[in-house]
Design a protein around this ligand. Structure first.
Ligand code: PAN
Ligand code: ZN
Length: 186
């Protein structure tokens, strides 16, 4: 085997749940970028918008939009609340609506919020090792319901795309809130 045919693959660091490698992209989502998504706008305004809500490490081995390929990501969602609502990812439907996805819990405690096209919302608890199948036509968002960081993995089709707009305008029909120190989907 010649040198050119040996590739350096990304590496999952099991001790801190990060993904490293020359082809891995790292994205930061600041709290300010989640403006309008939390119910308590007054509490949101009081918070430092330059704090990081979550980070995503992603490996996209094929061009975005390629049919038949797969993307891989690790999300690191920080703990906290805006009012009584837990920190959460933006959430989205896939642009190519029928595209499904896997999520799995790595560290911490979470709630995966799933909403179908009729606006029916349900939750699945995430914990280290929990595995979640997100069917097509289903919006998905994750809330960190623990006291520490929440890390989870994701694998989705490279032609899925992300539709954030519908969530910006219509949101999810239920929110994950801290009520009497318990996480409830209300
Ligand atoms: C995930 C998400 C990631 C961040 O990789 O993109 O957890 O969440 P938002 O995209 O909603 O900000 C995924 O679902 N990809 O399709
Ligand atoms: Zn997705």
């Amino acid at each position: 085997m010649n040198k050119e045919s040996i590739k350096i693959n990304p590496q999952i660091i099991f001790t801190n749940g990060q993904l490293n490698g020359p082809d891995v992209i790292h994205k930061k989502k600041y709290l300010s970028q989640l403006n309008g998504l939390f119910e308590d706008a007054a509490a949101f305004k009081e918070m430092a918008g330059d704090q990081i809500a979550y980070e995503v490490d992603a490996w996209c081995p094929v061009t975005e939009g390629t049919e038949g390929g797969l993307f891989f990501g690790l999300t690191h969602l920080y703990p906290g609340t805006v009012g009584d609502e837990y920190f959460m990812t933006h959430g989205h439907f896939h642009e190519m609506e029928n595209r499904a996805e896997y999520y799995w819990g790595i560290e911490g405690e979470g709630m995966l919020v799933l909403m179908d096209k009729e606006g029916n919302t349900r939750g699945e608890t995430m914990f280290p090792g929990s595995l979640h199948y997100i069917p097509g036509f289903t919006a998905h968002r994750v809330a960190n319901i623990g006291n520490g960081i929440l890390r989870f993995g994701a694998c989705w089709p490279s032609d899925a795309g992300h539709n954030y707009e519908t969530i910006n305008t219509e949101g999810f029909s239920k929110r994950v809130k801290k009520i009497d120190n318990k996480a409830l989907l209300v």
